[in-house]
Design a protein around this ligand. Structure first.
Ligand code: FHN
Length: 456
């Protein structure tokens, strides 16, 4: 295309979004669940009485800075205590289902390198813990049984592997060791896809190191190999870099991978920045804790209403919101998270029509909420009810459809809708007012469904 000015071997291999059924399904999820679980759940952000404010799943990396000198060795032996006797994948899966999650992203291996499946390629895996049983298999089977699609999170960073380095290897010995690490990475990924064929995709992380960024050919070949092994496989934009070291987007600005993975703990405020791409947003409930941190006391904890707002923000711009959970070392989802999930679930159950399988409406976002759209239905989710109980719709003349009737989604009662003549000359919009029942007294966001006439 016109923008492809730089010749690339290992850049993007596609223009525009995927159009196949697997990707269409991904697009309709709306809400997902992320789970960060591993041996870091044992210390839970604490070591020898000290509390660490950084992300709890990173605790191993603080060795020698603020932690005891032997911390790394101690950490790498924590697996010998990993025995989550309360772990029940079916319980997690039904909790996710009740929340309204349509997919789950599960950490098969985080940066510490601990593999939650019995990998043939490292001893640092679940089979060598007192728990022994394959956790990835239980998660895949339980979620699949609930109709929730499974995506396998995989960190390229592996602090446990001898050949892994973050900087580009300088010595011959380091290069040889890094080659070994690359083969190990490839082996583990193939192993995951072979062991868990029900998985729909791989969610990559820890791909920013200079050493990995240099592997454009290897990573491109590997991505092709994985896709060939597992037709329909969905992979985001974080996996690889092009030959010029450009990540997510190649040197011509084209996205590498099937959807943009750049929205971590942040959301776009306008549709333009997304350029029509598919994307997901992964979000923590506390500020920045993915793995279990027993101490949430000094943080702002997002409420179910906060997450509803973020969910609508995402789906109103064609993205998915993925809410993270960090189960504790015994396999329990903490009560605060369980409570938030249940609250969010009450909402998604009543208002699912407004969030699943919907698209960007084409309309400017009103201050009091978000629009989503499906065929001839426009959903208006109200987060801030106007004090006059009137929802003013500002519809640009260029929008091909007009509202004909409006209903409260929850309860189906019809609402009065009137056209408003603002009397402004040369106005580019038309206006409609929807009258809300004055008696509508709610502390939760609610949805008004607006029927539109057919496009001429
Ligand atoms: O370093 C990780 C972090 O621990 C967490 O896994 C998040 C989830 O997207 N990813 C990395 C930071 O971008």
């Amino acid at each position: 295309s016109k923008t492809d000015t730089i010749p690339l071997k290992y850049g993007s291999h596609r223009t525009g979004n995927r159009t196949d059924a697997d990707m269409e399904r991904w697009r309709s999820y709306g809400l997902g669940q992320f789970i960060h679980w591993g041996v870091y759940a044992i210390p839970g952000g604490h070591w020898e009485g000290k509390s660490y404010n950084g992300a709890a799943e990173w605790i191993r990396s603080w060795s020698g800075v603020s932690a005891p000198a032997n911390w790394r060795t101690t950490y790498d032996n924590l697996y010998k205590q990993f025995n989550p006797t309360d772990f029940d994948a079916n319980k997690w899966a039904s909790q996710a289902k009740d929340m309204g999650a349509k997919y789950v992203i599960f950490t098969t291996k985080h940066h510490d390198g601990f593999s939650l499946w019995p990998s043939k390629y490292t001893d640092y895996n679940i089979a060598n813990t007192p728990y022994k049983k394959d956790i990835v298999k239980q998660v895949v089977d339980a979620y699949d049984a609930q109709g929730i699609d499974v995506y396998l999170y995989f960190s390229i960073i592996d602090w446990n592997h001898k050949g892994y380095v973050s900087a580009v290897p300088k010595t011959e010995a380091d290069s040889v060791a890094y080659e070994d690490f690359k083969q190990f990475t490839r082996n583990q990924l193939i192993e995951l896809l072979k062991n868990y064929p029900k998985a729909k995709g791989l969610w990559f992380d820890g791909t920013w190191d200079a050493a990995w960024v240099k592997q454009s050919k290897f990573a491109d070949d590997l991505e092709k190999e994985l896709r060939a092994l597992h037709p329909g496989l969905i992979i985001g934009s974080r996996f690889r870099a092009d030959e010029n070291g450009k990540r997510h987007f190649d040197s011509n600005g084209k996205m590498m991978g099937d959807y943009e993975q750049g929205w971590e703990r942040k959301l776009p405020t306008n549709i333009e920045v997304l350029n029509g791409r598919d994307w997901d947003c992964v979000m923590t409930i506390p500020p920045n804790q993915w793995g279990y941190n027993s101490d949430w006391k000094s943080s702002y904890i997002k409420t179910a209403n906060d997450l509803t707002d973020m969910l609508l923000n995402a789906v109103s711009m064609n993205g998915n919101l993925v809410v993270n959970f960090g189960p504790d070392g015994n396999g329990n989802i903490r009560s605060e998270e369980a409570h938030t999930a249940a609250k969010l679930g009450e909402w998604t159950k009543l208002n699912g029509e407004a969030i699943y399988g919907v698209r960007y409406s084409g309309l400017p976002k009103p201050d009091y909420g978000y629009y989503t759209k499906k065929d001839n239905k426009l959903y208006l989710t109200i987060l801030n009810k106007p004090v006059n109980n009137v929802l003013r719709l500002t519809i640009p003349n260029s929008f091909k459809q007009k509202p004909t009737s409006a209903f409260l989604l929850n309860g189906k009662s019809q609402l009065q809708i009137t056209t408003v003549d603002m009397g402004m000359s040369g106005d580019a919009n038309v206006y409609f007012d929807i009258q809300l029942p004055v008696s509508l007294n709610t502390t939760s966001p609610f949805v008004v469904t607006i029927e539109l006439n057919e496009t001429k």
